[in-house]
Design a protein around this ligand. Structure first.
Ligand code: FBP
Length: 252
């Protein structure tokens, strides 16, 4: 099996800085300096992240052809949705082709699947096609798999999180990004379900340093290879300080 993850991992481990929140949550999620994409790109470089995660527009205007392109790899998020519609059954439309992601300098593409939505089948179909396109171009594919919708009683239960991880494996993802399922034991089950697909933690809303670092310890002990973190780093008053602590857990 070809290792498409080589460019975005270090000895099989990974630390990514996610910054697609302006789209997914709106500027309310980007307090203070974090509204400026350059602020985030500097954290990604100085923090030694394995990649920064951006939507197409940010890549075009702040990454491609700039100094950052040489300093930190890019994971391009190629679908997205806003958080205004609350009518249920979400579908996150693709807004960028894999080919264009490659042109922008991406080493990998990311795509969110809402497992449990009435439209999850369409997202599975999109994802299946994206895997074929990306692998032909020698790019890795990361599945954000988030259980959502009226039939999902608990979005972070042990069983549904492992199901999310398994969907990543079954669809051919090189990596799956899933939420914390409450304990090391629960997360271990998800890592097991993901098989040869690598697992990273999806950071979540800002919590205390102690809480976040404990979650990091749990998921790494459970077999995750790292984290794709956003708010817990760039909403932090000392982003490089918390980065250093996260790094220590992942890479030691
Ligand atoms: P965070 O570490 O800030 O949670 O970022 C991870 C992420 O997956 C982002 O890529 C995305 O914008 C966000 O979480 C979506 O989270 P949700 O759909 O739960 O609001």
């Amino acid at each position: 099996m070809k290792d498409f993850l080589q460019k975005i991992t270090t000895e099989g481990k990974a630390m990514y800085l996610a910054y697609d929140h302006g789209f997914e949550h709106g500027p309310a999620d980007l307090p203070g300096k974090s509204i400026d994409p350059n602020y985030i790109l500097n954290i990604a470089v100085e923090g030694g992240y394995n990649a920064v995660i951006l939507q197409k527009g940010l890549a075009e205007k702040y990454y491609t052809g700039t100094k950052y392109q040489k300093q930190v790899p890019l994971i391009l998020k190629i679908n997205g949705k806003a958080n205004i519609w609350q009518g249920g059954d979400i579908y996150s439309y693709q807004n960028c082709s894999v080919q264009y992601a490659k042109q922008l300098g991406a080493s990998a593409v990311g795509y969110t699947i809402y497992l449990g939505s009435a439209h999850d089948g369409k997202m599975f179909a999109d994802f299946g096609r994206i895997v074929e396109e990306a692998h032909k171009l020698n790019m890795a594919v990361i599945a954000w798999v988030y259980p959502r919708g009226e039939f999902v009683k608990d979005e972070t239960s042990k069983e549904i999180t492992a199901y999310a991880a398994r969907i990543g494996l079954e669809l051919g993802a090189d990596m799956v990004k899933i939420k914390y399922s409450g304990s090391r034991e629960n997360f271990e089950y998800a890592v097991k379900a993901a098989g040869k697909t690598r697992v990273v933690l999806s950071g979540g809303p800002k919590v205390s340093d102690e809480e976040f670092l404990q979650i990091m310890r749990d998921v790494i002990a459970a077999g995750a290879i790292g984290v794709a973190v956003g708010r817990n780093v760039w909403q932090h008053p000392e982003p490089l300080e918390i980065t250093r602590k996260i790094r220590e857990i992942i890479f030691s």
